[in-house]
Design a protein around this ligand. Structure first.
Ligand code: C2E
Ligand code: MG
Ligand code: MG
Length: 583
């Protein structure tokens, strides 16, 4: 280590009167830098920065002791490394002085340093010198922390109190690594009969009960959960959740197990009754105080109901929306408020439009545009799905006949109609299609029924009967969203299925995602061996279309070709693409 003499530095000396003693009594400034640094009661060093390298010019014993040098190299855990980043930030700034606090993990716990840094004048233009000091503040900070802990914890159980609970939660939300989609939950626990224990056995017994309950609750926690005593007989648990409600219910089960056996108090066996209320956060950004309040609201209900109560966000709103969808949908179905949109199905080898998938659309004057995934689910729950399904089949057949009239002869396209598993279970879909085709005067081979695997799984024998009935009508049968259900290959083989529609979750990303591409290829070869045709859903780019064409896929559907459109636009689309020879 090279030492630098301060003798050559421009030193400002007091030119006025000496503070005391004779004039000319100033001692000579003839010390080495080490001597100056040794006079600091804290760690002090002169640092140099040249050619992007920061080096230690000189340091006092306190500074050098804290460095933890091993074999001539700085140990990564040394204070120096903790300081380094802040020092570099300072050097990069325009400032002349700065101070900051750092924390590092020491052998006996965290260590805190208050640091100062200032620029020193230097003759060399290409290097800079700095005076750095670090004062160990660990003791003060530890005392402060202990004091805070006193203020934030409950003296009896040593658990965090209400304020401490809030701080612990904030700390975890800020400093823990949270997986995507994680939530947190609050479980509020109210010891129902606590006041009776206090009254009949005295406050000492009451205290003992609280301590025992606290211990038992603590034993039911998972790592990272926080237990607090947030009121006289109220406890609360903060829990991180990766699986929402299911995680919370597991913890509740553990709490119930932990409090299940009686507690011995003053020679008596006491059973601990508690009410439990839980609340889940919507996301990690939700104010924890709100979630605690919701859990407390739930525990109030639990006290009356005697059951574990979960406060669910928006429960009320959700139910109201479903209710209004159901009543509006009922009206829409009788008043012709629904329409069908038609999305082209493209022959991937020739580019021709082979048909359209009919997709229900509902634009309600009050609710606005309700997506089919939402209203189909409500229709299934409410039983309206049979009416809706019948309407869709009749309407699709009618559209075909209107197109035929417009064209002057049967249009060489078909229409696919979606069937819900619940509709199939409740209605006679074979006679429905028979009527729809008959009323519209359309041949059965121009209609395809799209169903999902769930429609077959529920009752395979019944499925076989009506599927063959559809085949008697010369209709085709497509297995929709293929790959997302649990495919029963045996049933595929023995049932009269013609087409597999590969779900768009596999298709859309198959070019970037190797696993998805493998699934698509597997489905294609499975289809080949079962002698089935394949439609790929969700083709959003030309690259995808070309790739699927190369893989020998029969038909494609997706935004790349066209979005679902109204009946007139669909006809025009078909006419514009007539004799189209490429995709
Ligand atoms: P589905 O039968 O699998 O229909 C395909 C869905 O994918 C349609 O959504 C369509 O608009 C969408 N889609 C098509 N190409 C693309 C693409 O390239 N990218 C993306 N992101 N999406 C694409 P939609 O119309 O919202 O329908 C959703 C589901 O609602 C349908 O899925 C079907 O299960 C159901 N549904 C629609 N209409 C009816 C109906 O009349 N009856 C029954 N039971 N269900 C229906
Ligand atoms: Mg479909
Ligand atoms: Mg689908």
């Amino acid at each position: 280590m090279e030492s630098v003499s301060v003798r050559n530095w421009p030193v400002v000396t007091t030119r006025g009167e000496p503070l005391c003693g004779d004039d000319g009594a100033h001692p000579a400034l003839s010390y080495d830098v080490e001597h100056w640094l040794a006079a600091f009661p804290q760690s002090a060093a002169i640092l140099a920065f040249k050619d992007d390298v920061l080096s230690i010019v000189a340091g006092n014993a306190r500074f050098l002791d804290g460095l933890r040098v091993h074999n001539g190299r700085l140990d990564d855990s040394s204070a120096y490394h903790v300081w380094l980043e802040r020092i570099r930030t300072f050097i990069g700034s325009e400032r002349d002085t700065a101070f900051f606090e750092t924390r590092r993990d020491g052998k006996l716990g965290p260590e805190y340093f208050m640091c100062t840094i200032g620029r020193l004048p230097t003759d060399e233009s290409d290097s800079s010198l700095f005076l750095f000091t670090a004062t160990d503040r660990t003791n003060e900070r530890t005392i402060e922390k202990n004091l805070r802990r006193e203020l934030l914890s409950d003296g009896l159980t040593a658990l965090p109190n209400r304020t401490g609970f809030g701080e612990e939660i904030d700390d975890r939300l800020k400093n823990n690594v949270w997986p995507e989609k994680a939530q947190f939950g609050i479980i509020a626990i109210d010891l129902s009969r606590f006041s009776r224990v206090n009254e009949s056995l005295g406050p000492m017994a009451g205290d003992e009960l609280l301590i025992t309950v606290a211990k038992r609750l603590k034993s039911s926690l998972r790592q990272g959960d926080v237990l607090a005593r947030i009121g006289g007989n109220d406890f609360a648990i903060f829990a991180s959740l990766n699986n929402g409600l299911s995680d919370i219910l597991h913890i509740v089960q553990r709490i119930q197990d932990a409090l299940g056996s009686p507690i011995r108090l003053s020679g008596l066996q006491i059973r601990v009754d508690c009410a439990i209320g839980c609340a889940l956060s919507l996301s990690l950004d939700e104010d924890p105080d709100d979630v605690v309040r919701k859990a407390q609201a739930a525990v109030k209900i639990a006290k009356r109901s005697g059951k574990v109560e979960i406060y669910r966000n928006g429960v009320l709103k959700e139910a109201q929306r479903r209710f209004s969808i159901e009543s509006r949908l009922r009206d829409a179905l009788t008043q012709g408020g629904l329409t069908l949109a038609y999305q082209p199905l493209i022959h991937l080898q020739t580019g021709e439009v082979t048909g359209f998938e009919a997709l229900a659309r509902w634009d309600d004057p009050e609710l606005g545009n309700v997506p089919p995934t939402e209203f189909i689910a409500v229709a299934e729950e409410s039983g309206l799905i049979t009416t809706l399904g019948r309407w869709a089949a009749y309407e699709a057949a009618q559209a075909l006949s209107r197109w035929d009239v417009k064209y002057g002869q049967p249009l060489p396209v078909g229409v696919n109609v979606n069937l819900s598993a619940i509709q199939i279970a409740r209605d006679d879909v074979a006679s429905m299609f028979e009527e729809a085709l008959r009323y519209a005067g359309i041949a059965g081979d121009r209609m395809t029924a799209e169903l999902t695997e769930s429609a077959i799984v529920a009752d395979p024998d019944k499925a076989r009967k009506w599927l063959f009935a559809l085949k008697d009508l010369k209709m085709s049968i497509a297995m929709d969203d293929f790959g997302t259900g649990f495919s029963n290959l045996a049933s595929l083989h023995s049932l009269p299925i013609d087409i597999l529609k590969i779900d768009r979750s596999f298709v859309s990303s198959m070019l970037e995602d190797h696993d998805k591409a493998v699934i698509v290829r597997t489905i294609l070869s499975l289809a080949e061996s079962l002698n089935l045709k394949v439609t790929a859903e969700g083709i959003e780019t030309q690259d995808l279309a070309l790739q699927l064409q190369k893989l020998g896929c029969w038909q494609g559907q997706g935004y790349y070709f066209a979005r679902p459109m109204n009946e007139a636009d669909a006809f025009d689309y078909w006419r514009a693409r007539w004799n189209f020879e490429t995709i």
